[in-house]
Design a protein around this ligand. Structure first.
Ligand code: BES
Ligand code: MN
Ligand code: ZN
Length: 492
């Protein structure tokens, strides 16, 4: 898709679809009245009939029937002015893309008011367009001719060459392939996405100068005593993998960051077996890993001046005669012992290895992403991830970076008193808490393995997977976390 900027008046633009953002109750703007005159009053007629007032998220599509060089006009409700922020433009891009697909409009013009801040809008707007264009069609036999946008023209009067806007578009173009990679990895069926496959994909996509991938097989994992990963893998026919992705900048790095991702390629629950219904989407359980592979795959083009190391413990979680059993005890690298009372709380078991390992390298901060608990989904729903951490500035920065990326993070507390809930009668701790506050006890469990390193844990169980089509993503893996991470790494 070509993306360009142009200074042209809307009534002259030859395009398949001309999008005009409209503020709530802002239908009196001169631009709308002018277009309405060209359209013989039919636009305002439709506006009235549909009771369109420009509420946020509402759209009105109007065919121009040859009265304008543009074949269709799309009015896009912006809501009240105070609600207008960067994510609005991301959603607008996505929404326009969706409407365009509906009428097979391959060329789109997006009109921006003369006073708008192009440099601030161009990035999220293009990002929305690009994100909404994702499809996962490789397993459909009817995917012959799918809709593809040819060009997006951002139109603004008095527009001059704008380096900041060009740069923002370039960045959006560089970032979205990372999101798509994460989505692809999640959407791929679970018998395909084994730990071995995930490792191969990491190797294949995290390639280039300054980036390298190291893969530990079962033997090496045994030698390194990653007891949690081995315990969860015991029920499986597939070998586990531990994936380490390293990005090093040219010159001395400004910061050293560790990213840790849960890579459970399929979570049946193990002997503490899930129900069929709750297993349906459990290929999503490597979404944390996917976000890290996706984000790190674009680091070579971003050329950030920091060192980033990704740690991904990966296995599936299956029951069998050799599977770990409730009542088993794991002894970890840092000396801690864990009683496994529920084999379905497997994520924390493998993350413990990775966190302990990462902490030994003494990074400036560690961020882990995991589809860790259904409880977090109960608390925050499917749009918002939970965030926990032991370092105020780190948590605040991540929340801000998430917000700018259109990925909402909401902080949940590491309630000290709940530490009692994970005490075990036979080992140091156990892998489940009481029946309440499951997202918190899971986070407290992880905290046992982070030493004193500034650390944040993102529980992405809700937003990792869209159970129905959403604006920026079709049903399936969303790639949640990729943009937040990249924003965050860019801010360091
Ligand atoms: N992978 C699941 C969490 C999950 C649930 C992610 C739903 C996405 C959607 C995790 O391994 C799990 O099974 N957690 C258990 C923990 C419990 C046994 C303490 C849960 O949330 O039920
Ligand atoms: Mn589980
Ligand atoms: Zn899981």
């Amino acid at each position: 898709m070509e993306i360009r900027f142009k200074d042209q008046s809307p009534e002259r633009i030859k395009t398949d679809l001309l999008t005009i953002p409209v503020k709530e109750r802002g239908l009196n703007e001169p631009i709308i009245r002018r277009l309405d005159r060209y359209l013989g009053g039919k636009l305002s007629e439709r506006v009235k009939r549909r009771n369109f007032i420009g509420a946020e998220g509402s759209v009105l599509l109007h065919p121009t029937e040859g009265r304008l060089p543009a074949a269709h006009v799309l009015l896009l409700g912006m809501g009240k002015e105070h609600e207008i922020e960067s994510h609005f433009w991301r959603r607008s891009g996505a929404q326009t893309r969706k409407e365009a697909a509906g009428i097979w409009a391959e060329e789109i013009a997006f009109f921006l008011p003369p006073t708008s801040d192009l440099a601030r809008i161009a990035g999220p707007l293009t990002e929305g367009f690009l994100l909404a264009s994702y499809q996962f069609n490789k397993y459909r036999s009817d995917n012959k001719r799918s809709f593809a946008l040819r060009a997006l023209t951002i139109v603004k009067s008095g527009l001059r060459a704008n380096e900041a806007a060009d740069r923002a578009v370039r960045i959006a173009r560089n970032l979205t392939p990372g999101v798509f990679l994460a989505r692809d990895l999640i959407n791929e069926p679970p018998s395909m996405t084994t730990a071995t496959y995930l490792a191969e994909q990491a190797k294949r996509h995290c390639r280039g100068p300054r980036i390298s991938v190291e893969i530990w097989d079962k033997k090496k994992i045994q030698a390194m005593k990653l007891a949690g990963l081995l315990a969860v893998n015991r029920g499986s026919q597939e070998e586990p993998r531990f994936i380490i992705i390293r990005y090093r900048p040219v010159g001395r790095p400004k910061k050293k960051t560790a990213l840790i991702g849960k890579g459970v390629t399929f979570d049946s629950g193990g002997l503490s077996l899930k129900t069929s219904k709750s297993m349906e989407t459990m290929k999503l359980d490597m979404a944390g890993a996917a976000a890290i592979i996706g984000a790190m795959s674009v680091l070579p083009v971003l050329r950030l001046p920091i060192e980033v190391t990704g740690y991904i413990p990966s296995t599936d979680n299956l029951p069998s005669g050799s599977a770990q059993k409730p009542g088993d005890i794991i002894r970890y690298l840092n000396g801690k012992t864990v009683e496994v009372l529920n084999t379905d709380a497997e994520g924390r078991l493998i993350l413990a290895d990775a966190l302990a390992l990462a902490a030994r390298e003494k990074p400036d901060c560690m961020v882990n992403l995991a589809t860790l608990t259904g409880a977090c989904m109960v608390a925050l729903g499917t749009q918002v991830a939970g965030i926990f951490g032991n370092d105020r500035p780190l948590v605040d920065t991540l929340i801000r970076c998430g917000r700018e990326a259109g990925e909402d993070l909401w902080e949940l507390p590491l309630v000290k008193e709940y530490r009692e809930d994970i005490k075990s009668s036979v080992a140091d701790i156990k892998n489940i808490g009481s029946s309440h506050g499951g997202a918190i006890t899971a986070a407290l469990f992880l905290q046992e393995f982070v030493a004193q390193i500034p650390w944040a844990h993102l529980d992405i169980a809700g937003p990792a997977f869209a159970e129905k089509d959403i604006l920026t993503c079709p049903k399936g893996g969303t790639g949640f976390g990729v943009l937040t991470l990249l924003n965050f790494l860019s801010s360091l």
